[in-house]
Design a protein around this ligand. Structure first.
Ligand SMILES: Nc1nc2c(ncn2[C@@H]2O[C@H](COP(=O)(O)OP(=O)(O)OP(=O)(O)O)[C@@H](O)[C@H]2O)c(=O)[nH]1
Length: 407
């Protein structure tokens, strides 16, 4: 085999795996068919889920491949969020295929309403329940996300939940479309912007810039009918769990802390709002309610005056906003607790976020947007912070619209 996506002989013997994610109808199956048509000589096992219509060309599978179908499952993750995952069936199916030894490659079409992270975890960690260790048998090679260029922006701005479109996995599936889209975009190595025939070139350029601000590290490919070179998604060697976990635009911006250059043409840029003063609960609540339209995505840690022991996590994508407890501030722990969590002698006291009065308490929020007025946003956020006089008062007496907050 002379294909550039063929596995080099004599090296890693584990079967490489590519996972295709992407919202319903984005073009995953079309891409899969195209790649199967152009995988010269490679014996590819294909795993699809039960949600997708089977319109994979059966002849392509017969010509040296295999097709498996698995049911999707909705499981409660340990952090309390409900994630749709193929985990259990995927584990056993991949193990079976790998042990059969008939295949050179495994290609998985994830469900259109599934998050990619649990799928990647399936390949990266030993499953304690089943005792299956896929890291011995397989090597996650590439996480691909297919984006429907014609629908992405509309879906991103919608208020709809999967349930509103009859796409929920179970009755209690509360996920919004935009949260799903953003996770699929933020966690991938290759982003395929498909259905480019349906979008004007200028609109396509703008969309690509927005997507790049959400996902600055992936390789971007534009396509029509999933016509991409198989070498772009097979045996690329791009996947790395640690790297993928920090590939999202908001994390990159947070870690950089230097202001990223603005994409002048479309006015897309991001900045970090960082303050060592807590938010007044009522004023911050009002700020959230008057959300600045220009902000497309924001995420970070928030210091709220109503709870000086806990950090809160805030995440917004389009019209979806989430505010949850993110654990204790280190400075709120007892010396014994600190030693338990961080070990003896470890301290955050040299970190740039530490100060003598408030310790590690801080608000650090990344905002990504189109045509944002940074100064106006900063001014309005500043107005929601405690004033100097309020800082000296009893913070528990301030009106608090956030109660009860799920701890
Ligand atoms: N115009 C246009 N149509 C496309 C393109 N790619 C795919 N389609 C069509 O879009 C529809 C959905 O494509 P699929 O490949 O089935 O999408 P999918 O992501 O597998 O969908 P689910 O399995 O439901 O998640 C099909 O009718 C395709 O023919 C494209 O680039 N342009």
């Amino acid at each position: 085999m002379n294909q550039s996506y063929a596995q080099p002989a004599g090296e890693d013997r584990r079967i490489p795996v590519t996972v295709l994610s992407g919202y319903l109808g984005s073009g995953k199956t079309t891409l899969l068919n195209h790649v199967l048509n152009n995988r010269t000589g490679l014996r590819v096992a294909v795993i699809v889920n039960d949600m997708s219509e089977v319109n994979i060309d059966a002849d392509l599978i017969r010509g040296g491949g295999g097709l498996s179908r698995i049911d999707e499952k909705l499981v409660e993750m340990s952090n309390g969020c409900i994630c749709c995952t193929l985990r259990e069936d995927l584990l056993t199916e991949v193990e079976r295929l790998a042990e059969e030894g008939r295949f050179d490659y495994i290609l998985i079409e994830s469900t259109g309403i599934g998050e990619p992270v649990p799928v990647a975890q399936t390949f990266s960690y030993v499953d304690e329940e089943n005792g299956i260790d896929l890291t011995q048998l397989t090597r996650l090679d590439t996480m691909v996300t297919v984006v429907n260029a014609a629908e992405f922006w509309t879906d991103y701005q919608s208020r709809e939940k999967l349930r509103d479109r009859g796409q929920e996995v179970e009755a209690e599936d509360e996920r919004s479309i935009v949260d799903l889209l953003v996770e699929q975009v933020e966690f991938c190595d290759v982003l395929i912007l498909n259905k480019c025939d349906l979008v004007e070139p200028a609109e396509l350029d703008r969309l690509e810039q927005v997507l790049r601000s959400l996902q600055p590290t992936a390789t971007f490919i534009r396509s029509i009918n999933g016509q991409v070179d198989a070498a772009e998604i097979l045996n690329t060697g791009k996947f790395d769990f640690e790297r993928a976990s920090v590939s999202a635009g908001w994390i990159q911006e947070l870690e950089r802390e230097e202001h990223a250059p603005e994409t002048e043409e479309y006015g897309i840029h991001s900045f970090v709002y960082k303050r060592k003063v807590p938010f007044h609960p009522e004023r911050f609540g009002r700020w959230l309610a008057r959300w600045p339209e220009a902000v497309v995505r924001s995420k970070g840690i928030v210091w709220m005056a109503f709870d000086n022991r806990k950090a809160y996590s805030f995440s917004q994508a389009g019209r979806s906003k989430e505010f949850t407890s993110a654990g204790m501030w280190v400075s709120a722990l007892t010396p014994e607790e600190r030693e338990f969590y961080f070990g003896e002698g470890e301290s955050l006291e040299n970190s740039p976020d530490w100060d003598d009065r408030w310790g590690d308490r801080v608000t650090k929020l990344v905002l990504i947007g189109i045509g944002m007025d940074r100064e106006a946003i900063e001014r309005s956020l500043d107005a929601a912070l405690l004033t100097d006089a309020e800082l000296e008062q009893d913070w528990q007496t301030f009106p608090n619209p956030f109660k009860p907050v799920r701890a």
